[in-house]
Structures are given as structure tokens and as C-alpha cells.
Design a protein around this ligand. Sequence first.
Ligand code: 13P
Length: 287
Amino acid sequence: MIVSAAEMLKKAKAGHYAVGHFNINNLEWTKAILLAAEEKKSPVILGVSEGAGKYMTGFKTISAMVYAMHDALGITVPMALHLDHGSYEGCKACIEAGFTSVMFDGSALPLEENIAKTKELVELAHSKGISIEAEVGAIGGEEDGVVGAGECADPEECKMVCDLGVDMLAAGIGNIHGVYPENWAGLSFETLDAIQQKTGDMPLVLHGGTGIPEDMVKKAITLGVSKVNVNTECQLVFAEATRKYIEAGKDKEGKGFDPRKLLAPGTEAIKAKVIEKMELFGSVGQA
Ligand code: 13P
């Protein structure tokens, strides 16, 4: 069932679990995530960064692939197709292309401009039944060229942005994209608690899901996080499984070089990782 992310996240917030947002890069990624969600009867969000959008030759290509694959695989669980860290133009293009959810990342803009553009995009998205995520306080690290310093969000600013009618809010709480450095200070639960107190029922989004210790993820969910974004971890397990296959010389055995065989261990590894995350987030059986 292809839906916006609004209802599934409201349900998650009320039920004290989180829905996984998994970034996609190609057909194998998409298939692995959709099969994992269906097998575990879990709602799911497919995230597409603007860089991945370009790689896959555009948002329309992705939309066509995802809709067709959803039907061909007989996916019954709620699934949203979501733009990750979108620009103003990117959001408009995805709304046009059939995405059911977008994130407008105006965190690098002056607050006034972030607010004005978010407001405009909220109206546009909602007029088409599409959900929208906004960001306050930069998520640290680098993702597809989007670099953030990792500052904690100001709860007052979070409240202001929520009042614009967004469906979910990404608030920086010391989280970073990619692998966490050795000296990482951990998530700021104090900030998260203050944000949740100001923003009430708003589903909060935890970016940079890769490498956050399980107990911290669980605690964040108890403090109002309803969507957890995971990207790098799927890339790492895909690369590792593919490397093992080649290092074991399996691509040289028979027709082991056939891409359908060569990419199979990596695809299976993504599926297993996604299932592991769904279990951690508590979304299994919630579809
Ligand atoms: P990671 O790559 O750290 O898992 O972050 C994913 C993310 O936040 C996508 O927006």
C-alpha cells in the first residue's frame, strides 16, 4: 500500500515504536527493503537523497520503478516514497514525480527563509496528500554532499516549525550521518526531552541511524522519535557481502559473474540488516 508517511508515523508515535527510513540506491536496494517489510509486516519508508535521485536518472525513474515493483511484489504493508534532505526545487520535483513524502532541509538557511519556504511547501504537499518533514538544527557529518555541523536544535525553533503544519520533524540532537567517530559524545537526551515537551504529538525523526548504540536508539524512541533513518549501514553490509563473494572466487565459478548471482549476497545482507533494524525499532507486526 503506497501511502504518505503521516498516518504511519502518528500511529508509531502513539504506539511508542519507530518506522525505519532506509535509503535506496538501485533496484536491488529497493527490492531488499520492500521484501523485508512485507515479510515482517512492518510499515516502511524508502528514502531517496537528491544524489541517489541523480544516480538513478531522476525522480520520475525512481517513482516508476517503486510503484511497479510494489505492485509486482504484491506489497500490502504501508510504504512511503520519501525525498531525503530535499532542496526547495527537489521537493517540488518529487511532488510532481509521484513521491508520497518529502523532506525539506532548510537547516542551512537563515531561520526566516527556512520558515517561509517550509510553509509554502507544506501547503503544496498537503494539497496533494503528501507528507512533509522539516529540519531544525543541522545533522552532523556528510550525506551526498549535504554537510552539517551536528548542532543541537533549539526547542523553541522546533515548536515554531511544527506550527507550520509539518508531519514530522528532524531535530539535531548530536546525531551524525555516516559512521560515528570514536570520540562522539552520544545523543543529547536532554535536548530531545526538551524538544518533545515543546512539540507534543509531533513525530520526531532521528537521522544518522548508522552506528547509534541500541540502548540509545530505544531511549530516543521512548522520548518521541517515530522515524529512524538508516543509510550507511546498508551500504556497509552490501559492500562486505559482495567483497566476500569475490574474494572467495565465486564470481569465477561457473556463471558466478552473472550480476544476478554477484549482487545476490549483498542484496540478502541488506534485507537481513533491514529486518534487524525493524526489530530494534519495534515496527515488526505493526502494518
Ligand atoms: P546514516 O547514513 O548515518 O545511517 O544516516 C542516514 C540518514 O540520516 C539519511 O537521512
